[in-house]
Design a protein around this ligand. Structure first.
Ligand code: SF4
Ligand code: SF4
Length: 426
């Protein structure tokens, strides 16, 4: 395998040489056949909205994106696309290539033509479908396939940010908007071809996207928890999905050695402002063997962050958040092919202060809506690396498994049961 050669590439392969990354039968995260479907009500941002995390998160979750004027503008456009996510299917099927691989390549090339950064296909197993929508209505697992898109959040802007300052939610929403636009166009196109298709976006998704990213061979699950890393983008992306019945050829999962790398590297855990990332080992959670984060602490921090709008600091400081320069490709090659180099790569990453805030790339204004008026932000997170920080002696991560979730149609506050979630048998 040579990850340096790119040359002239067919458009369906995209700009990153994903075809050179090792393919495996099973995801490197163990996924059992016992995965319960979860309701949208159990999602922690929705729990914050219903008041499950208390009054302050309930108030702040309504404005943690729109308190920044730029992410508000992005959110307005992204939410205007919700009616475009689904629609009527042409009753007449178009004449299409008979070879499913040719058809799959055509759809991938279309996604790249529309400016997706990485694209993969997989079957959409029943467990990835949410069980109920936010109104408590059951969701049917109605499409067999998923087209999964990754959208880069942009290296330079992230390099200029602390990861949890006033550009953070705009970085997310820029990628969500781009993903939503591409997904809505591709879904509409497929429906015109005579097949069912629905865009599944950050604004309204019927599917949990993380397992689909794994199954479509776009990355491996990382220590950050419910965040997948792509070998070329690291964790610096957002996803969008198109579910469809158009017959497609699935990709296979990938293995680029991340499980071993994350076992040694703890940088995201060290740098998280609210200690929401595990320093420990993987655990079984709802059928996945994973590093489980403290989702409650992360959500509380992101929605109430007083020095910025949301947070993506774990993503910003990760050694895989790279610029795709030649020496970054070399480091990636070593990480993949020489596992014994991991401690050296991790040391070097800290030695070179990768992940520090590079103010030459700060271009945005620190503005915040307060008391109904747009003002200079009162606080700005300018935090920087803290390589001396050690793992805490006792870190306990709550496991909010299905048994402690609110019922799918529960319309009032259902306070989080942190004590229950901390029980060792969970
Ligand atoms: S998003 Fe921020 S608060 Fe959440 S895990 Fe990452 S660094 Fe921690
Ligand atoms: S910072 Fe290190 S431990 Fe965390 S996801 Fe990135 S590589 Fe893995």
């Amino acid at each position: 395998m040579n990850i340096f050669s790119q040359g002239k590439r067919p458009l369906h392969l995209g700009k990153y040489p994903m075809e050179k990354i090792r393919r495996v039968e099973q995801t490197t995260t163990r996924i059992t056949d016992q995965i319960p479907r979860v309701s949208k009500r159990a999602n922690f941002f929705n729990r914050a909205r219903f008041g499950d995390l208390g009054d302050k998160p309930a108030q702040e979750v309504r404005r943690f994106v729109t308190k920044s004027p730029l992410s508000k503008a992005l959110d307005v456009v992204a939410s205007s696309q919700v009616p475009l996510q689904d629609g009527p299917v042409n009753p007449q099927k178009a004449p299409l290539p008979e070879d499913p691989q040719e058809l799959t390549n055509h759809i991938k090339a279309l996604c790249y033509f529309l400016d997706a950064d990485v694209v993969g296909m997989c079957e959409a197993p029943e467990y990835v479908w949410y069980s109920h929508d936010l109104q408590g209505n059951p969701i049917q697992a109605r499409h067999r396939y998923a087209i999964v898109l990754l959208i880069d959040q942009g290296y330079e802007t992230m390099a200029g940010s602390s990861g949890d300052d006033w550009i953070s939610s705009s970085q997310s929403y820029r990628a969500y908007l781009k993903g939503s636009t591409i997904a809505c166009i591709v879904a509409d196109y497929i429906r015109q071809l005579g097949y069912e298709a629905r865009a599944q976006t950050d604004q309204d998704s019927e599917v949990v996207q993380t397992p689909l990213i794994l199954l479509a061979g776009l990355g491996e699950l990382s220590r950050i928890g419910e965040v997948v890393l792509n070998p070329f983008l690291g964790p610096r992306f957002k996803s969008a999905v198109i579910t469809t019945n158009l017959p497609l050829v699935p990709d296979q999962p990938i293995d680029f050695g991340l499980q071993r790398f994350c076992q040694t590297c703890m940088k995201c855990a060290r740098e998280c402002p609210c200690s929401a990332i595990s320093f420990g080992d993987k655990v079984m959670f709802n059928g996945y063997e994973m590093w489980k984060p403290d989702v409650e602490a992360c959500t509380r921090y992101r929605v109430t962050n007083p020095g910025g709008s949301s947070c993506g600091r774990c993503m910003k400081v990760c050694p895989f958040n790279r610029e795709n320069l030649l020496h970054h490709r070399l480091a990636l090659w070593l990480a993949i092919h020489v596992p014994a180099s991991h401690p050296l790569l991790i040391w070097l990453d800290d030695f070179l202060q990768h992940g520090r805030r590079q103010t030459k790339w700060k271009w945005w204004l620190d503005l915040e809506y307060r008391e109904g008026q747009l003002k200079q932000a009162e606080r700005i997170n300018t935090r920087d690396l803290r390589p001396q920080r050690k793992a805490p002696k006792h870190q306990v991560i709550p496991l909010y498994s299905i048994e402690v979730n609110p019922p799918p149609d529960f319309r009032e506050a259902f306070p989080v049961k942190r004590g229950e979630a901390l029980k060792p048998d969970r």
